[in-house]
Design a protein around this ligand. Structure first.
Ligand code: BES
Ligand code: ZN
Length: 614
């Protein structure tokens, strides 16, 4: 008996689940889902079977072949990271039916009341399962080592519609006599005003890619395999359709570089502003923050990233979170290849440069905990949400870019295609990748220190900053700011969001307050519609203790829930050696007022930032 993943109770001697059938009755009045899950194992099993759960109430466990109860025990010990194991005793069973109810505080789900939505008429609910939150929606072996196919029936109020990262089968009336699969009584399942939306996912996916959203949702068609969905607000849908018009071109570039697109559809879902990430690569339907819609097609970078996951992450998946760089490092590399093809080398170099600075800054953040500057990490006893960082993305990118430089682009492209074809629909670890690399590029281990790259801390000496005129120019302008020189109107004439982001990121962590206001008077960065720019500026303003910007900080923290913005702003407010009592009280007050509007994952992350410093 041994766990196969530091973040799951799944045991090495237990058969893995291959299929899940879900029946979900959405009760918006209690923010719960009354559910059943029929699990099919890859082989019959006798003895205990351990499943992951978090904040679920388990009502019954049944052998669906003869409808008899199976003994089970939901642990009363709650592991703060992994949750509560559900142990079921089996006697040569390969199917298990579990009936259960989710909790209003399910860590994967954000329930929005009508006033929290754009149209203010109907409620909205959506999921975010990565890294280890699927278990708060249904009991499962919540490890990416496992890959499952599934179907799902979502029973919802008829005014709403449901979308999933799966094929939509039909929208129909609920049926009596078995349709609910024991999730609830027919009186509830077939009540007036309910409809069932049915979905099926035929490709096997790791549980963290399970996703749905339910609300007043509409769409626009933007390409032959792409619709963009959002809350039914014409202005939002139109802006999104415009922003993402180039998606099909990017899918074609991806196919040319990495092989066939295997997921059939590539739809996009624009979520409410509380969505905690920039994007989430849910298969067939990527989830996006509305902050990527900036009106200048720059949101394409986030779409390029989530699209790239269709090959790296969703086809080839990290076996556990210790190998997370296999997902994000490869995807960052693939994203930049797509960006380079559609937007040109200069934009790709800017992105590499922003990433480089991000990586350098993470070394400072983890200076007392160098484990998380490694690509291959040991996350035993660690909550992945707490150590989320740029390291797997940017050090992973640097590693692959280093290999590309060594063997040349043509050979690396050929290698990548071969790697994806060899391991698609599999979950692998770092060693499997390294073995494949060494056997396909003989002698590579003599040219590149693969062990230093994957197991060493810090940034290897053969990592590299990008070389490009614009990149170098912006970094040197940022250095000149230290001597008091601001860039001229002429110098910034062609700057967009990413140029400003790079510039701001390269300024010293704090400067004279008068320099901050001087820069803002001239370039109005605190009013930028681009949150990357606005947040980078506000971070500088906080660190430089310009309290005149705190009202904008407060407004920003209350209008978006993307953790990429919450983390640096809250951290800047509470961190540091100098006395920051006022800022700390301010941060606590804003959080207590904004908390309800954040996704539970973001609530947890902000709590952990505040508790570290208060
Ligand atoms: N898969 C990640 C998001 C994620 C990572 C969710 C870990 C939960 C745990 C997604 O692909 C991602 O990297 N999003 C980035 C986009 C950016 C790199 C373009 C984000 O949200 O900022
Ligand atoms: Zn990613």
């Amino acid at each position: 008996m041994a766990p196969i993943d530091p973040h799951s109770f799944t045991d090495s001697t237990h058969p893995l689940t291959t299929h899940i059938s879900l029946s979900l009755y959405f009760d918006f009045s209690t923010s719960t889902i009354i559910s059943s899950a029929l699990l099919t194992l890859c082989a019959p099993h006798t003895g205990d079977l351990l499943l992951d759960t978090r904040s679920l109430t388990v009502k019954s466990v049944i052998d669906p072949i003869n409808n008899t109860p199976l003994p089970f025990c939901l642990s009363t010990d709650v592991d703060p990271i992994k949750g509560q194991p559900l142990t079921v005793s089996l006697t040569n069973n390969s199917k298990i039916l579990i009936t259960f109810v989710t909790s209003p505080s399910s860590s994967a789900l954000q329930w929005l009341t009508p006033p929290q939505t754009f149209n203010k008429k109907f409620p909205f609910v959506y999921t975010q399962c990565q890294s280890i939150h699927a278990r708060s929606i249904f009991p499962c072996q919540d490890t990416p080592t496992s890959r499952v196919r599934y179907n799902a029936k979502l029973n919802i109020p008829h005014q709403l519609s449901a979308v999933m990262s799966a094929r939509h089968v039909e929208r129909r009336a609920p049926l009596a006599g078995g349709d609910s699969c024991f999730a609830c009584d027919d009186s509830l399942w077939c009540a007036e005003g309910r409809v069932v939306e049915e979905f099926t996912m035929e490709q096997p996916i790791p549980p963290y890619l399970f996703a749905f959203a339910v609300g007043e949702i509409a769409y626009r068609e933007v390409g032959p395999r792409t619709k963009v969905f959002a809350e039914a607000v014409p202005a939002v849908l139109d802006a999104a359709a415009k922003e993402f018009a180039g998606t099909e071109d990017m899918i074609r570039v991806g196919e040319k570089l990495f092989g066939d697109y295997d997921w059939e559809r590539f739809d996009l879902l624009v979520l409410p502003p509380s969505f905690p990430y920039g994007g989430m690569e849910n298969p067939r339907m990527v989830f996006l923050t509305p902050t990527v819609i900036k009106g200048d097609a720059s949101g394409a970078q986030v779409v390029a990233h989530e699209l790239a996951h269709s090959w790296t992450g969703n086809l080839i998946t990290n076996k556990t979170n210790d190998h997370f760089w296999l997902n994000e490092g490869f995807t960052t590399y693939a994203e930049r290849r797509i960006v380079e093809a559609v937007q040109g080398e200069d934009i790709a170099a800017l992105n590499i440069g922003i990433g480089w600075k991000g990586l350098v800054d993470e070394m400072e953040r983890f200076k007392d905990n160098m484990e998380f500057t490694k690509l291959l990490t040991n996350q035993e006893g660690i909550d992945p949400d707490d150590v989320y960082s740029q390291v797997p993305y940017e050090k992973g990118f640097q590693f692959l870019w280093r290999i590309e430089r060594q063997i040349g682009r043509a050979a690396f492209d050929e290698f990548l295609k071969k790697y994806i074809a060899a391991f698609k629909f599999q979950s692998i670890d770092t060693f499997t990748f390294l073995d494949f690399l060494k056997s396909n590029i003989p002698g590579i281990e003599k040219e590149i220190d693969l062990k230093i790259w994957t197991e060493g801390t810090g940034i290897p000496s053969d990592a590299m900053e990008p070389v490009s005129n614009i990149y170098t120019k912006i970094v040197s302008l940022a250095n000149e700011f230290k001597q008091g020189r601001m860039p001229s109107e002429e110098e910034v004439a062609n700057w967009h969001g990413q140029e400003w982001e790079l510039y701001l990121e390269n300024l010293p962590k704090s400067v004279e307050a008068s320099q901050v206001t001087g820069l803002d008077c001239r370039y109005r960065l605190s009013e930028s519609k681009d949150y990357e720019v606005k947040v980078a500026f506000l971070q500088l303003a906080i660190a430089s203790r310009c309290s005149e910007y705190y009202n904008i900080v407060e407004k920003t923290l209350k209008e978006v829930g993307r953790m990429k913005y919450l983390r640096p702003l809250y951290t800047a407010l509470v961190q540091g050696n100098v006395k920051k009592e006022e800022e700390k009280i301010f941060a606590q007050r804003v959080f207590s007022e904004a908390r309800e509007t954040y996704h539970p994952i973001a609530q947890g992350v902000v709590e952990s930032i505040l508790s570290k410093h208060l």
